[in-house]
Design a protein around this ligand. Structure first.
Ligand code: HEC
Length: 105
C-alpha cells in the first residue's frame, strides 16, 4: 500500500468527519458585527443559544438555508418546541439573520 496515498485518504476522512460536526456554523467576527449592526456579544450569544436549544430533535440547519422571513416564520413554531423565551428566540434570530440567505426570493 502506498503510504502517501493512505495519509491522503486519512486526511480526507478526517475533514469529512469535522465538516459533519457543525464546524461550518459560522463563528461571528467583528467585521460581521459591524456590517450587521448587531454587537459581537449578541451574535456570539445567538450562536451559542442556537447550538444549545435547536439541535436536540434535528441537525442544525445552516443559517443560509433560509431567508430572514423564513427564519422568523419557523421560529414561531420552533420557539415552542425548544421551550425558550421571547428574548432568547430574538437573539437566535439575530444570529441567523446575519448569515441568512440574502439571494433567494
Ligand atoms: C422538540 C423538538 C424540536 C426542537 C427543540 C426544535 N425543533 Fe425544529 N423541527 C422539529 C420538527 C419535528 C420539525 C419538522 C416538522 C415541523 O416543521 O414541525 C422541525 C423543523 C425545523 C426546520 C425546518 C422547517 C422547514 O420548513 O424546512 C427548521 C429550520 C427548524 N426546525 C429550526 C429550529 C430552530 C431554530 C430551533 C430552536 C429554536 C428548533 N428547530 C428546535 C422539532 C424541533
Amino acid at each position: 500500500m502506498n503510504y502517501k496515498l493512505s495519509y491522503f485518504s486519512f486526511a480526507i476522512m478526517l475533514s469529512i468527519l469535522f465538516y459533519g460536526c457543525g464546524s461550518s456554523l459560522k463563528v461571528p467576527t467583528i467585521v460581521d458585527a459591524k456590517s450587521s449592526g448587531i454587537s459581537i456579544d449578541t451574535l456570539l450569544k445567538g450562536r451559542e443559544l442556537y447550538i444549545n436549544n435547536c439541535g436536540a430533535c434535528h441537525n442544525l440547519y445552516l443559517p443560509n438555508k433560509h431567508t430572514d422571513r423564513e427564519w422568523e416564520e419557523t421560529m414561531k413554531s420552533m420557539q415552542k418546541k425548544a421551550k425558550i423565551t421571547d428574548s432568547q428566540a430574538s437573539i437566535i434570530l439575530k444570529y441567523l439573520s446575519t448569515y441568512s440567505n440574502k439571494i433567494k426570493k
